[in-house]
Write a protein that binds this ligand. Structure first.
Ligand code: BGC
Length: 691
């Protein structure tokens, strides 16, 4: 039998090599760039420097919608510094006519950094073609609780996974423009984001809320945007601890920090002295106030020079891209990127349940399909805040299913508002596909979800359709986890399609009909009920974040979720065997290499996402039951066996010691779990010792 080998390495290392050589050299802290930037700053007047430190309305034609989408900094044209031309996004560049990709949370479910890098590349291309040079759509905040309104903008709940996906989109986008990772740090609540003080201990901050930002810094991200919230009593944009000590100090970030728009900083002196380098979207605290603060000796001139030097440095690094003139506007929202959007959604859909082979819908067996639900013929692309993308066209699920069904299969559509009529439609059909979920009215920027379930009328519809037709398939759309206990056992199949992008309808149909074997896995736990989770408080002025959230919390409490982190089914099955470790004893500077054989024992080719978690035996401090340290995607034909290889540097086993402020790798036993999801029973295990 044919065997193949696939390599998965830990986040940071996995990606740094992929940065174009020229930019990587620059990102790695080249003295030449710094020296050049320093020299240019020394030639600037005080007014020029202050001007560079704040945004203003600018560069785009007024036809581009959105109040924030025309923001720029002036640069210093006389010295050849172009300035920042800001573009937002996440599921595409936030300009009219751009390609709309599936939401970042969907892309997180693909667990596919190589694919995400292609998305970043496409987004970067489109932004640059439209005149921007700065992509601010890399949201890597931890999805701490699924009621968070911006869950859709990030990649999931796990820091390792967030780092790998964030780095991938940055590398792709930075082939064309500067990228910015946000929101630094602790922004996982929306309603109170402008005033909430997030409290957490230093260990929680270092181990859970920051590692993925450091991965992005190591991969050469040009910029970081601060969060609106405070952290441990200090506005994030005024925090010397976050910006000076950690980001620019310990991590040696050479790039620049921008404030989140409007209220990202709230006072001139603390922001400028903490290292917030640019105020967005326009001057409120900087500008004249900053000039006065410098004149009064409250902000040292070195801080101004440092802020400007950082911006100049990054602009110099990306200068070769500024002069590239071959961007083709017809590619913006064009067929190539639309095809990529479809491919991404095909790989993002998570099959949660499939009984009695309800899926795929074999064309030869089916004569009539009832497509039910209000969302069946609606575009549900996600939030209309910072991530709003208006693509040239978009395909609804009904359009996609109708196209894929072809002329031999009859499609009956019912919006489900009249339950009795919908029931009749479902009864007549060989299969009933219910398209339901949540929308931008339920979750988005500034507004968190009120609960985790579907609207009661949607649940009633599912129950009725499952009763009317034994082959009832529920397709869910939305950004965060959805609770389903009232109806989960009724329909034969359930799949999570997220906010599926402009080609979403086609991709959903591709999976329903089995033209694509689903491979997505959940980047977050799906709880049975909100009661299983820790509280979500989006009103209080102070909110405490504990060390545990998501699957780590479920493991700790011994709770069984509806669907575990990392879970997803396929139209085939995979068997894991022969977990092997590179050694039983490893030194502190070494790395552990694990290999596992995965066999496709079903009848269809497919892609399996294999995951490696580590557990800790006899630690001095409390450790998670297990946490994700590596993952790999393996493509296997029927009957084929592949070997997935995972590498985890021993330094990644460290915990952060609050007392000494050091990362400590303990000499003790570590458990290695490898398998298809975080569910303990599904994992193979072994152990090794660090000596
Ligand atoms: C959001 C940022 C965004 C900015 C500009 C803010 O309200 O928090 O993520 O980049 O708006 O659109």
């Amino acid at each position: 039998m044919k065997r193949r080998k696939f390599i998965a390495v830990s986040g940071m290392l996995a990606s740094a090599w992929a940065l174009p050589k020229r930019l990587f050299a620059a990102a790695a802290g080249s003295d030449r760039l710094d020296a050049k930037a320093r020299e240019l700053v020394s030639q600037m007047t005080f007014d020029e420097k202050i001007a560079m430190m704040a945004g203003k309305l600018g560069f785009l034609a007024p036809s581009i919608p959105g109040p924030y989408q025309a923001v720029e900094t002036p640069g210093c044209p006389r010295l050849g510094i172009p300035g920042i031309r800001f573009a937002d996004g996440s599921r595409g560049i936030r300009f009219e006519g751009s390609t709309c990709f599936p939401a970042a949370i969907a892309r997180g479910a693909s667990w596919d950094p190589a694919l995400e890098q292609r998305v970043g590349e496409a987004i970067g291309y489109e932004g640059r073609a439209r005149g921007a040079n700065f992509f601010a759509g890399v949201c890597i905040n931890v999805l701490r609780h699924p009621r968070w309104g911006r869950s859709q903008e990030t990649f999931g709940e796990d820091p390792h996974h967030l780092g790998r996906m964030g780095v991938a989109v940055i590398i792709g986008a930075q082939n064309h423009m500067m990228a910015c990772a946000k929101h630094f740090a602790g922004n996982s609540i929306d309603r109170s984001r402008h005033y909430v003080d997030i409290r957490m201990d230093e260990r929680t901050l270092r181990e859970i809320y920051l590692p993925h930002f450091q991965d992005c810094v190591n991969a050469g991200v040009a910029s970081i945007m601060n969060a609106y919230n405070s952290l441990n009593g200090e506005q994030a944009g005024h925090s010397k601890h976050l910006l000076k000590e950690i980001l620019k100090g310990e991590w040696a970030f050479p790039g620049f920090v921008i404030s989140d728009f409007g209220r990202g900083i709230k006072a001139t002196v603390p922001a400028a002295n903490a290292g917030c380098d640019v105020e967005m979207d326009r001057r409120r605290q900087y500008g004249i106030k900053l000039k006065l603060a410098v004149a009064a000796g409250q902000v040292p001139m070195e801080n101004i020079d440092d802020a400007v030097r950082r911006q100049v440095r990054e602009q110099l690094r990306f200068l070769p891209l500024e002069s590239r003139k071959d961007y083709d506007l017809s590619k913006v929202g064009g067929t190539k990127h639309a095809a990529l959007s479809r491919e991404v959604e095909q790989k993002a859909i998570v099959l949660l349940k499939n009984e009695n082979q309800a899926l795929p819908l074999e064309r030869a067996e089916i004569k009539t399909i009832a497509v039910i639900g209000d969302l069946a013929d609606k575009l549900n692309l996600g939030d209309t805040g910072s991530t709003w993308v208006t693509p040239p066209y978009a395909i609804t699920p009904l359009q996609g299913i109708t196209r894929a069904a072809g002329s031999e299969i009859k499609i009956i559509h019912h919006n489900g508002l009249d339950l009795e009529a919908a029931r009749q439609a479902a009864k007549q059909a060989d299969a009933a596909v219910v398209i339901t979920g949540i929308t931008r009215l339920d979750e988005g920027e500034g507004h968190d979800r009120l609960g985790l379930g579907l609207a009661p009328k949607e649940e009633d519809l599912i129950l009725a359709m499952a009763e009317a037709n034994p082959r009832c398939i529920v397709v869910l759309e939305g950004g965060g986890a959805i609770t389903m206990e009232r109806w989960r056992d009724r329909p034969a199949a359930i799949m999570m399609a997220w906010y599926p992008g402009m080609e979403g309808g086609n991709a959903i149909a591709d999976v329903l009909f089995g033209d694509i074997n689903p491979s997505g896995k959940l980047p977050m736990v799906f709880p049975k009920s909100e009661d299983q989770l820790y509280p979500f408080d989006n009103v209080s002025k102070v909110v405490e974040y504990g060390y545990y959230h998501g699957y780590r919390y479920f493991d700790r409490q011994g709770l069984e979720p509806a669907f575990p982190f990392g879970f997803g089914l396929a139209y085939t099955q995979y068997k894991y065997a022969n977990l092997k470790l590179s050694g039983k004893k490893i030194g502190k500077t070494g790395k552990i290499i694990a290999q596992v054989d995965i066999t496709n024992i079903g009848a269809r080719p497919g892609e399996e996402i294999a995951q490696l978690y580590l557990g800790y035996q006899g630690s001095k401090v409390e450790r998670p039951v297990k946490d994700l340290k590596a993952f790999a995607k393996v493509y296997l034909k029927p009957g084929e066996t592949g070997t997935a290889q995972f590498e985890v540097p021993v330094e990644k086993l460290a915990y952060y010691d609050d007392g000494s402020g050091k990362w400590i790798v303990e000499e003790m036993e570590y458990l290695v779990y490898v398998g298809p999801s975080s569910k303990k029973e599904s994992l193979l295990s072994d152990s090794f010792k660090v000596v």
